[in-house]
Design a protein around this ligand. Structure first.
Ligand SMILES: *[C@@H]1O[C@H](CO)[C@@H](O)[C@H](O)[C@H]1NC(C)=O
Ligand SMILES: *[C@@H]1O[C@H](CO)[C@@H](O)[C@H](O)[C@H]1NC(C)=O
Ligand SMILES: *[C@@H]1O[C@H](CO)[C@@H](O)[C@H](O)[C@H]1NC(C)=O
Ligand SMILES: *[C@@H]1O[C@H](CO)[C@@H](O)[C@H](O)[C@H]1NC(C)=O
Length: 469
């Protein structure tokens, strides 16, 4: 790209989205993983709304019902999008009114390019019209996709894509209605700009099964924790679930792991099955203690605090439509929350179970814990298993056996901080640093939203080789 264009892009950048929304990651339901393009209709949306209420989901925080691609048919003579008449015979406001009457919020889908991913009309050149139309229907949430626009598949930051998203952001703002804006650009280079553009932004391609969950979400999001927080969140894509009647699915075990990990990642919790949701997934999605981790008001995204997986550098995490093999290794993710830490121990090995022994004090290596307050040295913590819903007492270690193929366990710990005999301004160093089995604490500068700033190079260390640390 010519330098002048880049400079122009910088000049035109308004650096804030300030709609007051997204103080916590969004929760709700989206039609895509359930229906894809088949059966997105007023009838089915009403059924979904009824089922959400029947299951008590709104009271747990699942407030948005979002219609994904395939609702739009054509653009009318007046320039406005016209919904498919067979599927939405009374128009879209009628559907939104029904959703609202159930106490839910209404979400709709558009695409920044000429056509949507499924080939329906896109919003390029119609940003203002479409923003006004969605608001006239009562939309509370808009998902903005990225197919068929300029530079949509470019890997480095794309000025054209960012400019298009700014146009729509500003058009929505001009309507005067606060509308949650979910950017779906499926590239991790959006993260440093995300907060200025949207309330959430996708960091990779679609998660459709366990392998894509690893490739496009889990192996990527550990690098991006600096960018998510109240007002704007990294979005590792929607929940897949294990119903065999939906368009995509995982095993029940992987589905539960996805929910645990997504909560530790402070990710949006958007359900992908409703009418055919089975008992196991319902139990997963209604675990209030895990939901509380996701919705923790500190809004700190969790990180990998221990792993034996091969070294990955952020610069090597290329967006690729092709899947890499899932490595046969284990990880521990931790997230600082209001009253301690949430921890997920994960076995990625597809073939073999694994024993993991995790020293609770190692959560201190969650670098965000150092921001603003020292992570006090401690050896013991009171431990609660969030799936068995059992207190395990005070522990130095959490020792678990994890089944193969995406099994995990999730805990909450409250550190027991020893009483210091003397107050000292000096931050204590964890005593077991010498074992060398943890990553270095990563000091991070706040990243400016200025367009020309490149992503910092960063690496998750290969913890089985202490020499490298
Ligand atoms: C529009 O943007 C301004 C400036 O960022 C902000 O103060 C205002 O709340 C926004 N309005 C809506 C409806 O998002
Ligand atoms: C509702 O969705 C199902 C797929 O789950 C589809 O078979 C059916 O035709 C849809 N019904 C309507 C009225 O769109
Ligand atoms: C895990 O530990 C148990 C008990 O010490 C042992 O019997 C088992 O073989 C171990 N499993 C693996 C996969 O290492
Ligand atoms: C847990 O693992 C640690 C470290 O491997 C070990 O020292 C400790 O005895 C184990 N605790 C239990 C209860 O097995």
């Amino acid at each position: 790209m010519a330098l002048w264009k880049l400079l122009l892009a910088c000049l035109h950048q308004v650096d804030a989205l300030d709609n007051g929304l997204g103080l916590l990651p969004q929760m709700g339901y989206n039609t895509w993983n359930d229906f894809e393009c088949e059966g997105v209709s007023a009838k089915n949306i009403s059924k979904v709304a009824d089922k959400m209420v029947e299951l008590g989901l709104p009271a747990l925080g699942y407030e948005y019902l979002i219609i994904d691609d395939c609702w739009a048919d054509h653009r009318g003579k007046d320039g406005k999008l016209v919904p498919d008449r067979n599927a939405f015979p009374h128009g879209m406001k009628h559907v939104a009114d029904y959703v609202h009457s159930k106490g839910l919020k209404f979400g709709i889908y558009m695409d920044r390019g000429r056509w949507t991913c499924a080939g329906r009309p896109g919003s390029q050149g119609y940003e203002e019209v479409d923003a006004k139309t969605f608001v006239s229907w009562g939309a509370d949430y808009v998902k903005t996709d990225s197919c068929n626009g300029p530079d949509s598949l470019e890997d480095p930051p794309s000025a054209a894509a960012i400019a298009q998203y700014q146009l729509f952001r500003d058009a929505l703002n001009a309507t005067g209605r606060p509308v949650f804006l979910a950017l779906s650009g499926w590239h991790n280079w959006y993260s440093p700009y995300g907060e200025s553009l949207a309330n959430s932004w996708r960091i990779g391609y679609d998660v459709r099964n366990w392998q894509s969950a690893w490739n496009f979400a889990i192996r990527v999001n550990g690098f991006l924790s600096d960018f998510g927080g109240p007002g704007g969140w990294n979005d590792p894509d929607m929940l897949v679930g294990s119903s065999s009647k939906t368009a995509v699915q995982m095993t029940p075990q992987q589905s539960r792991t996805q929910f645990s990990l997504w909560s530790v990642m402070a990710a949006p919790l958007l359900l992908g099955s409703m009418l055919s949701m089975g008992h196991h997934d319902l139990e997963t999605y209604t675990n209030t203690e895990v939901i509380a981790v996701d919705q923790d008001p500190l809004g700190i995204q969790g990180e990998i605090v221990w792993e034996n997986c091969p070294l990955r550098k952020r610069t090597n995490i290329k967006q690729s439509q092709f899947y890499d093999e899932i490595p046969a290794c284990q990880q521990v993710w931790a997230r600082p929350i209001t009253d301690g830490f949430a921890i997920v121990l994960l076995n990625l090995d597809a073939e073999k179970p694994a024993n993991v022994s995790f020293a609770v004090s190692d959560v201190c290596w969650s670098s965000q814990a150092f921001v603003g307050k020292p992570c006090n040295f401690f050896e013991e913590a009171s431990v609660r298993d969030l799936w068995r819903k059992e207190h395990l007492g005070i522990r130095k270690f959490i020792n678990v056996t994890l089944a193969r193929d995406g099994a995990s366990q999730m805990f909450k710990i409250k550190p027991i901080i020893p009483q210091a005999p003397h107050t000292s301004a000096k931050k204590k160093t964890p005593a077991s640093t010498a074992t060398g089995h943890r990553p270095k604490s990563r000091h991070r500068e706040p990243v400016s939203s200025h367009f020309s700033v490149a992503l910092e190079t960063d690496a998750v260390h290969f913890l089985q080789q202490p020499d490298e640390l």
